[in-house]
Write a protein that binds this ligand. Structure first.
Ligand SMILES: [Zn+2]
Length: 369
């Protein structure tokens, strides 16, 4: 199943290659941690099974003792809030650091009486731990573990999952507990926007990790010979060249930034360029718009590169700029653009400026560079 999902995500002819170069663990991180937000099927079913079991186990004394008990992964993690102890089965519920009493004492010396039907209340007197008459001194190491736990007070004995705020185990909280976790990345909000197609975001996602299948990448794997950039014919096609430093791309960046009142700084690498955008925008421009523009420019460059490389079809950079304008306007669909842009536009006449700017140079003014 995971194979099928991978094939679906990486279905594009060139992006497919990238699959083997971004680890599946990374792909399965949440978007804000730099992944694609997929959940590993194994992890998710494990979490769902834990949650299903939880529903049954809460309020059931006998359940732990039955099929569950020793194998289910959540067992060592659960805790009990012990008040009177009447609601907890002494020899079935895993109330002592994930174990029941029988499991801990039997290896030391077998109990002479049947403890299975007793509750933890047998060990509590006047809201404190109290050794009963049948307690064997051989079990005293276990007793010291018991006295580390709190007991007594008004309340109902409760099974809790300590890894969620509510104390209940849900599929999500269980999954959060054992999934592979990564550090939060700042750029996530730049590329995952509800306003644009996922393929645009996925393309920017690969580029920011330096994993786009550029000619330099392919050559390093021995898959192609020659790395000459087909957009400028003078540079070597690396991720940073293609998306940032190529004269074709530099033209697009300079044009979109100029129309938003900013000048493009010299940043030779994509991540530091994005960091600059993050710190310095807006100059009166809502960030949501700049975020969509960023991803759209990246996608447009990649698309043009692939058109030229695979289909020998060339679109002039001024026409690509007009397409970017169109994509951005479609992404915001009028109403939403106004919502994001707000009254600022009307006040400063910036909407007009934006639309005008995104039309790109007129046909007569367009020159081939
Ligand atoms: Zn180039």
């Amino acid at each position: 199943m995971e194979k099928a999902i991978r094939a679906f995500i990486w279905g594009g002819p060139s992006l497919k290659w990238a699959l083997n170069h971004v680890s599946w663990l990374k792909v399965c991180l949440p978007k804000e941690e730099g992944g694609l937000g997929l959940k590993r099927i194994g992890d998710w079913s494990k979490a769902a099974l834990g949650a299903r079991f939880w529903e049954v186990a809460v309020g059931s004394k006998s359940f732990w003792a039955d099929w569950v008990s020793k194998r289910l992964w959540i067992r060592p993690q659960v805790q009990y809030l012990i008040f009177s102890g009447e609601g907890i089965a002494i020899g079935a519920d895993p109330w002592i650091h994930g174990h029941n009493l029988l499991e801990l004492i039997t290896p030391l010396s077998s109990p002479t009486a049947d403890l299975t039907n007793l509750s933890v209340a047998e060990l509590i007197r006047q809201e404190k731990w109290h050794k009963p008459g049948w307690w064997d001194p051989n079990w005293d190491t276990v007793w010291s573990q018991i006295t580390e736990l709190e007991c007594g007070g008004p309340g109902v004995d409760t099974l809790i999952w300590p890894h969620s705020i509510s104390g209940a185990l849900s599929t999500t909280s269980a999954w959060e507990f054992f999934r592979n976790a990564g550090a939060k990345v700042k750029w996530a909000k730049w590329i995952w926007q509800k306003y644009q197609p996922i393929k645009f975001s996925a393309c920017a996602w690969l580029a920011l990790q330096g994993k786009t299948p550029t000619l330099e990448q392919l050559q390093s794997k021995g898959l192609v010979r020659g790395t000459s950039c087909c957009l400028c014919q003078s540079g070597s096609e690396s991720v940073d060249h293609l998306f940032l430093n190529c004269s074709f791309s530099a033209y697009l960046w300079a044009a979109v930034l100029r129309k938003m009142g900013a000048k493009r700084p010299r940043h030779p690498q994509l991540p530091s360029f994005l960091e600059w955008l993050d710190k310095n925008f807006p100059v009166g421009v809502p960030k949501a718009i700049m975020q969509v523009v960023f991803v759209t420019v990246i996608w447009s460059i990649w698309k043009e590169r692939c058109q030229r490389r695979f289909y020998s079809k060339e679109t002039h950079k001024s026409a690509v700029l007009r397409l970017i304008s169109l994509y951005v306007q479609i992404a915001f669909q009028g109403k939403e653009l106004r919502e994001v842009w707000g009254s600022e536009i009307k006040k400063k006449g910036m909407m007009e400026g934006l639309n005008k700017g995104f039309k790109g140079p007129s046909r007569g003014a367009a020159t081939r560079e």
